[in-house]
Design a protein around this ligand. Structure first.
Ligand code: C5P
Length: 285
């Protein structure tokens, strides 16, 4: 039976995240730049000779039935008649509730890999529409490159992003995204910006994260992580938290920050990348 192993599901950072309004259904309108990293989860797919979809390993804290990987596979299977099943193994490296898009990236990788393996024949736009049913960040991971996002995160325009090393710090708490979006204290009226205004500004100051103050208040470890990392450069929270990142001038600077974090914080370095590692698979669509 055909298989695809070691499929990357990269992490993302939100270089900035502005909330500009709210839709009638409660979802928030935002503007953000999604930046891909060369670090993430790894997924393995084996086509089955029946139609079952199984996650074959345990992922602590994520029951098989609610795992976005399983839901993504079922959604694709339901969209195209006659598709077989799959066994899926998830090597989880990204933290849950970390703002790095781990679950969304896993779902996107599942849609892209199984679309290819099953020869389901869906195009990129169709996969992105399926992905949006699973979460607002999923379409970005199918899009293929770094992106300026608007709407609820699904209106995407390709941008270069940052070609540098980042230090990412995990504060050791899991932030539930809805808790931040629901907070009455959340700023929801940041003035919309034009993408053209960001093209040159990304290398220097790049906006703010409107969710950071609320997350830091509800989860003090997030605030402590921002203060600590901020001693070395510009530190910012990604997504709704909990992780905090800092762009570095060089790999040496990243290493120096990691050395200082040792014994205090769980932290790692990753390089910003321009393209999703599975963008090649997409070309065949
Ligand atoms: O789409 P996702 O599953 O990541 O969203 C989780 C929750 O975060 C949603 O149920 C919604 O409450 C909130 N959310 C929002 N506006 C967005 C994205 C998410 O209010 N743009």
């Amino acid at each position: 039976m055909p298989s695809l192993h070691d499929c990357p599901a990269p992490a993302k950072l939100n270089l900035f995240l502005h909330i500009t309004g709210r839709r009638e259904d409660g979802y928030h309108l935002l503007q953000t730049v999604f930046q891909l990293l060369d670090y993430g989860d790894l997924l393995h797919f084996d086509v089955r000779d029946d139609s079952a979809i199984r996650r074959v390993n345990d992922v602590p804290g994520v029951p098989e039935e609610t795992d976005l990987v399983v839901r993504a596979a079922r959604l694709l299977q339901a969209a195209v008649p006659g598709l077989p099943g799959a066994d899926i193994r998830v090597d989880k490296r990204l933290p849950m509730g970390g703002g790095l898009g781990g679950g969304s990236s896993d779902a996107a990788t599942t849609l892209m890999a199984l679309n290819h393996l099953w020869q389901a024949g869906l195009g990129r736009e169709e996969l992105m529409a399926l992905g949006l049913k699973l979460g607002a960040d999923v379409p970005f991971f199918i899009f293929g490159s770094n992106a300026f996002a608007e709407g609820v995160g699904e209106q995407l325009t390709a941008v270069d992003g940052l070609d540098c090393w980042f230090v990412v710090l995990e504060p050791g708490v899991s932030v539930p995204t809805p808790a931040i979006f629901c907070s009455p204290e959340l700023t929801r009226n940041t003035k919309p910006v034009r993408i053209a205004d960001f093209s040159g500004a990304l290398q220097n100051a790049f906006g703010k994260n409107d969710m950071q103050a609320v997350a830091a208040r509800l989860f003090p470890e997030v605030g402590k992580a921002i203060s600590w990392l901020g001693g070395f450069g510009e530190a910012r929270m990604t997504g709704s938290g909990a992780c905090v990142f800092m762009p570095c001038q060089s790999e040496q600077q990243a290493d120096a920050v990691l050395a200082a974090a040792s014994g205090k914080w769980k932290a790692w370095k990753a390089r910003g990348i321009a393209k999703h590692p599975l963008a090649g698979l997409q070309k065949s669509l």
